[in-house]
Design a protein around this ligand. Structure first.
Ligand code: F0G
Length: 400
């Protein structure tokens, strides 16, 4: 247990007896000062930190939640597990299922909606993968039905035990800052499990007196998948002390369907129309004085390359954090001397296609490929240099 970055905080995640814990050594991640990335986002030196959750066993933050969910699944005697996924949940479920060996899993992914690294892992770990002809929201609806009909244990973040595990990401950030509370936590918003879990973590820490104030949460949507942004900033819907106007949320979704608005972003991890943790996220925003911003795929890809060049490669969804910070800095919402932590949710190798395209294609070819996503070029690309097999030319290319 001491080896797990989740369970070493057992007193704050106390639902399972230690001998029942299922762990794969998740959450051994650290908080890293990132001045070069900070300077790209407009922060003063020493003020930006990256919490690198790509360094988990399955390459994303999901393992923090999955250790808790698998532990709980055993506590309630689950026989089989299921999830819908944009790729990372499925990889994490598949890894835990394979290592644990007692709860076979089925995962549903949308067609053409999953990055290659994630699909490769999930297939390799040997679980049953259904590629459903539809998107994530379609898969999510179906797994809820299957879970009910066939008594499968649901591994999505709709499951509150997932969120219990994900609280630990915040404990490690505080630990990394010697329990000094940062001013902002910046996190991508997809199904809104993280933002919900983070809000709950800070609320509880405040209640038990371990911190005096919560940092503000900045949740960043992709512009092409901006349900939360629109609900909070345009519809002005809020937690409102628990009296969420669910009627208006339903009306908003009906309008979205009527207009046939479907999420579309290169940050495929967060290509989600109806975030299942919407209400809990509204609660987290209220608890922390948080806000929601959105960024374009172009901003995401440029930020992703800068994060990589800072030494912490991440997948597109994670880069929404730094892109969002840059935008909030430019607007003056976040000050350059405030202390900010961006959560990098997934590893760069999760989405090799986007990374390779960005760094190797000409702007013209990139536009052809990703033009429909609003991508115009690769200002931060690190292009490979093609060189003949000739020592002088190789040396010239090195010294150029
Ligand atoms: N970043 C990455 C890399 C993700 O994989 C996800 C979600 C998010 C951010 C969004 O997090 O849902 O807590 O708001 N991926 C899910 C999946 C949907 O199926 O892997 P959230």
């Amino acid at each position: 247990m001491a080896f797990s970055g989740v369970w070493r905080f057992h007193a704050l995640v106390p639902f399972a007896p230690p001998e029942k814990v299922i762990t794969v050594g998740e959450g051994r991640t650290i908080l890293q000062r990132a001045d070069r990335v900070g300077s790209y986002a407009g922060m003063a030196p020493g003020r930006l930190f990256l919490q690198y959750e790509g360094m988990n066993p399955s390459g994303s933050f999901k393992d923090n939640g999955m250790t808790a969910a698998f532990t709980h699944a055993h506590l309630v005697g689950a026989q089989r597990a299921i999830c819908a996924s944009t790729g990372n949940t499925s990889a994490s479920v598949a890894l835990f299922s394979a290592v644990d060996g007692r709860i076979p899993a089925v995962v549903l992914v949308g067609s053409g909606k999953i990055a290659y690294g994630k699909l490769a892992q999930t297939l390799d770990y040997g679980v049953r993968v259904l590629q459903v002809l539809g998107d994530f929201d379609v898969c999510m609806r179906r797994v809820k039905q299957v879970a009910r009909e066939l008594q499968f244990y649901l591994m999505n973040s709709l499951n509150p035990f997932r969120l219990e595990g994900q609280k630990a990401i915040m404990y490690r950030i505080l630990e990394g800052l010697s329990w000094e509370v940062p001013d902002w936590i910046v996190v991508p918003g997809g199904n809104l499990g993280n933002s919900s879990a983070f809000g709950k973590a800070f609320h509880e820490l405040k209640e038990i007196g371990l911190i005096r104030r919560a940092p503000r949460l900045a949740v960043i949507n992709a512009a092409g998948a901006d349900t939360l942004y629109r609900i909070v900033n345009e519809e002005k819907l809020a937690w409102n002390g628990g009296r969420v106007d669910t009627g208006r949320i339903e009306a908003f979704y009906r309008k979205m369907d009527a207009e046939n608005r479907r999420a579309r972003t290169l940050a495929s991890a967060i290509e989600i129309n109806r975030p299942v943790n919407l209400k809990k996220c509204l609660r987290a925003l209220e608890w922390t004085g948080g806000l929601v911003e959105k960024v374009t795929d172009q901003e995401i890809l440029d930020a992703k390359a800068r994060i990589g060049a800072g030494g912490f490669g991440c997948e597109p969804a994670s880069a929404a954090t730094v892109a969002g910070l840059k935008k909030l800095r430019a607007a003056g919402t976040i000050g350059k001397d405030e202390r900010v932590v961006c959560v990098l949710t997934g590893h760069t190798l999760k989405d090799p296609n986007v990374a390779v395209a960005y760094h190797t294609e000409t702007d013209e070819a990139l536009r052809e490929k990703y033009g429909p996503y609003g991508v115009r070029g690769a200002a931060c690309a690190n292009k490979p240099i093609v060189v003949e097999d000739d020592l002088d030319k190789i040396i010239a290319a090195i010294e150029a």
